[in-house]
Design a protein around this ligand. Structure first.
Ligand code: 5GP
Length: 348
C-alpha cells in the first residue's frame, strides 16, 4: 500500500530501521530537495535505487506502513520468495528540473523480476493507483509491475509456481523449506548428471512407493537416456526386536545384470535404505547406486553410499512433493516443514 508518492531524498539506511512512511497525499508535493540529476532527465537515470544490504528482509524485521504489507511479506517469507520493501522510487512528474511526483512500489520480488503494489478494493484508491501505474509503464516500459488485491496474493504466487491455490492444504505447514523452483532446478541438475554418468547405459530406475512418486516422475523426464522404471512397496511392522521392514510389492522387472539406480525420496536413519539395498543386491545387478532427493544426514544410523543427493535437510519432519504425513500433503508442489504440533511425536 504505497503511502505518499511524494518526492523525498532517498534514504541510504537499511529498510529494517526505516520509520513507517506518512500516509498518502492526494496532490503531489514539491520536493524538499531535488533528486540528484540534471534536467531534463530521462526517467531511468533518476530512478532511485535503495537496495537492502541482504536483498531479503524477513518480515519480522521490517517496519511496514500498512498491515496488508506485513501480511504479504509473511506470505512471501512462507514461500521463501526473496523480497525487498520499497526498494526504488520512480519519478513520475517534473516541474522543470524538479521531480514533483514519485511512485514507490511496495515490493520488489527479485526472483520474479516483479514490482508489486498492494491495494484495497476502495475504488478511489484503485483509480488513482491505476493512473500512476499507467504513467509508470509509459515512462519505464521495461518495468514489470502488478497492482495486487488482497484476494490475489496467493493466486499470484501460484502463477509463479509457489504453493497451491487451496489455502486449506498448507494449514499444517510451518514454512516452505524448498520451493517448487528450487526443487525443479535441482531435479533437472540431477537428471543431467545421471545422464552424463550413465552415458551408453540403460539404467533401471527403482522407486520405493509412495513418497518417491513426484521425484521419480520429474527425474525420469530429466534423464536423456533410455531408462526403464520399476517400483517396490514396503511396510513397517513391529517385531520382537523393534520395527522391521517387509516388502509388500516386489519388482516386476528382472534386474540381474542391469545398472540399477535406486531412487529415494528421503534418507533419514538409513535403515530402510540398507534393507532395500541388501534386497536389490541379492538380485545381482551389474551396478547399484542411490539417488535421493533429500538427505537428513544428522539422523543417520546406518551409513549407505549416496551417489546423488538433491538437498541435505535439517532434522525436521518434511512433507510435500510426494512426502506425506498420515497420507496428507503429498500433493503440495513444494517441500514444507510440518508445524511441530502436527508432526509425528518422534520428529519433535
Ligand atoms: P529411514 O529412517 O529408514 O532412513 O527412513 C524411512 C522412511 O521414513 C523414509 O523413506 C520416509 O518414508 C520416512 N521419513 C523419514 N523422514 C521423513 C520426513 O521428514 N518426512 C516424511 N514425510 N517421511 C519421512
Amino acid at each position: 500500500m504505497s503511502a505518499t508518492e511524494e518526492q523525498s531524498t532517498p534514504q541510504e539506511t537499511p529498510k529494517a530501521t526505516r520509520q513507517p512512511r506518512r500516509r498518502r497525499r492526494t496532490t503531489p508535493k514539491a520536493p524538499k530537495a531535488p533528486v540528484e540529476s540534471a534536467a531534463p532527465v530521462s526517467p531511468r537515470t533518476v530512478a532511485v535505487e535503495r537496495p537492502s544490504p541482504e536483498g531479503f528482509l524477513p518480515s519480522a524485521r521490517t517496519r511496514f506502513a500498512h498491515p496488508s504489507e506485513q501480511e504479504f511479506a509473511h506470505i512471501l517469507d512462507f514461500y521463501g520468495v526473496a523480497w525487498d520493501y520499497e526498494p526504488r522510487s520512480f519519478p513520475l512528474r517534473w516541474d522543470e528540473d524538479r521531480v514533483v511526483e514519485m511512485f514507490t512500489p511496495d515490493f520488489y520480488l527479485k526472483d520474479l523480476g516483479l514490482y508489486v503494489e498492494l491495494t484495497t478494493l476502495k475504488q478511489s484508491l484503485v483509480t488513482e493507483k491505476n493512473h500512476k501505474l499507467r504513467l509508470l509503464r509509459e515512462l519505464y516500459p521495461d518495468i514489470n509491475i502488478k497492482l495486487l488485491y488482497r484476494r490475489d496474493y496467493h493466486r499470484l504466487l501460484a502463477k509463479y509456481g509457489y504453493g497451491p491455490l487451496a489455502l486449506g492444504q498448507v494449514r499444517g505447514i510451518e514454512r516452505v523449506l524448498l520451493s517448487t523452483q528450487q526443487v525443479q532446478k535441482r531435479v533437472a541438475e540431477l537428471g543431467h548428471q545421471i545422464s552424463q554418468d550413465y552415458q551408453g547405459q540403460q539404467p533401471v530406475l527403482v522407486g520405493v512407493l509412495r513418497g518417491v512418486l513426484c521425484f521419480m516422475a520429474d527425474l525420469m523426464r530429466e534423464i536423456s537416456l533410455p531408462v526403464s522404471v520399476d517400483f517396490m512397496a514396503i511396510s513397517y511392522y513391529g517385531g520382537d526386536n523393534g520395527a522391521s521392514v517387509r516388502i509388500t510389492k516386489d519388482l516386476d522387472l528382472p534386474i540381474a545384470g542391469k545398472d540399477v539406480l535406486l531412487v529415494e525420496d528421503i534418507v533419514d536413519t538409513g535403515m530402510t535404505l540398507r534393507f532395500i539395498l541388501n534386497y536389490l543386491q541379492s538380485r545381482s545387478p551389474a551396478s547399484l547406486k542411490v539417488c535421493t532427493l533429500l538427505d537428513k544426514r544428522v539422523r543417520r544410523i546406518a551409513e549407505a553410499p549416496l551417489a546423488y543427493v538433491g538437498f541435505e535437510v535439517p532434522d525436521e519432519f518434511v512433507v510435500g512433493y510426494g512426502l506425506d504425513y498420515l497420507e496428507r500433503y503429498r500433493n503440495l508442489p513444494f517441500i514444507g516443514i510440518l508445524k511441530p504440533e502436527e508432526a509425528p511425536p518422534s520428529a519433535t
